[in-house]
Structure formats: C-alpha cells, structure tokens
Design a binder for this molecule. Structure first.
Ligand SMILES: [Zn+2]
Length: 169
C-alpha cells in the first residue's frame, strides 16, 4: 500500500500514504513484540531447567559473514540471546558466553579441528582424529560447554556420572 501510494517527487505525502505508513509501523511493532515474547518464554524455560548455560557470544558482524546472515539480519537471534542473558541474570543462573568461531568444526571429545567447514546439509560430525561420530548440533553444543568450562555430560537431560554418589555422600 505504501508503495502504491508513494508520493511523487516534490509532492507532500497524501493522507492515504500516511495511513498506510502508520499501518506498516504498527505491524512491525507487533512482529517485534511477538519475537520478544517468544524469546522471553523460551529463555524462561531454558533458565528454569538448567543451572549453568553456555551460549555463543555471537556478534551481528560475525554472523553477517556466515551462512546465518539472513537470520542475523532479522535480529531475532540477537533478541533471543539478549532475553536469555537477562533471564539468566534475573534468576541467578550461571550464563557463560563462548567465542563462536569453529564451534561446528571442533571435536567435542578430543578437541581436534577439521580442515574444512562442514556443509550445512551434513548433519553428523565425524572426527578425523579420534573417529568419534555424533550429531552435528550435539557436537557443537558439547564444544561450547567444554569451552565454557562446564561438564557436557550433564547436558543430556540425565544425571552426570557421579551425581548420585555425591548426593549419597
Ligand atoms: Zn575427535
């Protein structure tokens, strides 16, 4: 509507154009609020279920150069990360930021780095050094936990080995 009602050069904007402008602004505001709402609800769930969280410290500038440039431009990732950080602070959780470079290229179990980045279509990570095979996203999640100095064994939603013993002691 704005494009159709766009005033020609040198003319003042028509009432219809200003109305369309107002409508578009309202819609964008709604989208932004919906994103914020989803981000907060997600962050709340994550923060409630976990004591320590490691998250990539991505900067929009870094992401813009990667294959996720589209999402970064959408600002949804940044808003979600912000919500997680705020929620973590509010509930006194240990949220650690991790340098995002090579999280998909490193091996979570031996720390070796593959020579080439995996194409996005490749969903399983196979380490060339130690031969470990694991789902791509789980591998990078473990890499992030290791980098944050946390124990990746506790990330599976199960008790890490020794948890029972500690409780008993
Ligand atoms: Zn390995």
């Amino acid at each position: 509507m704005m494009a159709r009602r766009k005033p020609t050069c040198g003319q003042t904007a028509s009432k219809g154009y200003r109305q369309a402008q107002h409508q578009a602004a309202k819609l964008h505001k709604k989208v932004a609020r919906q994103r914020q709402d989803t981000a907060r609800k997600w962050a709340k769930r994550v923060v409630r279920d976990h004591d320590a969280i490691a998250v990539e410290d991505f900067r929009p500038k870094f992401l813009a150069k990667t294959t996720m440039a589209h999402k970064a431009a959408d600002a949804a990732i940044g808003a979600t990360q912000q919500a997680l950080l705020e929620m973590g602070r509010k509930h006194g959780r240990d949220v650690r930021l991790v340098h995002p470079a090579h999280t998909t290229m490193d091996c979570a179990s031996c720390g070796a780095r593959t020579k080439h980045a995996l194409p996005l279509s490749e969903r399983t990570y196979t380490c060339t050094a130690c031969g470990v095979v694991s789902p791509r996203d789980k591998n990078s999640a473990r890499v992030m936990l290791v980098r944050a100095g946390l124990n990746p064994a506790g990330a599976e939603g199960v008790r890490p080995p020794g948890a029972l013993l500690q409780e008993a002691a």
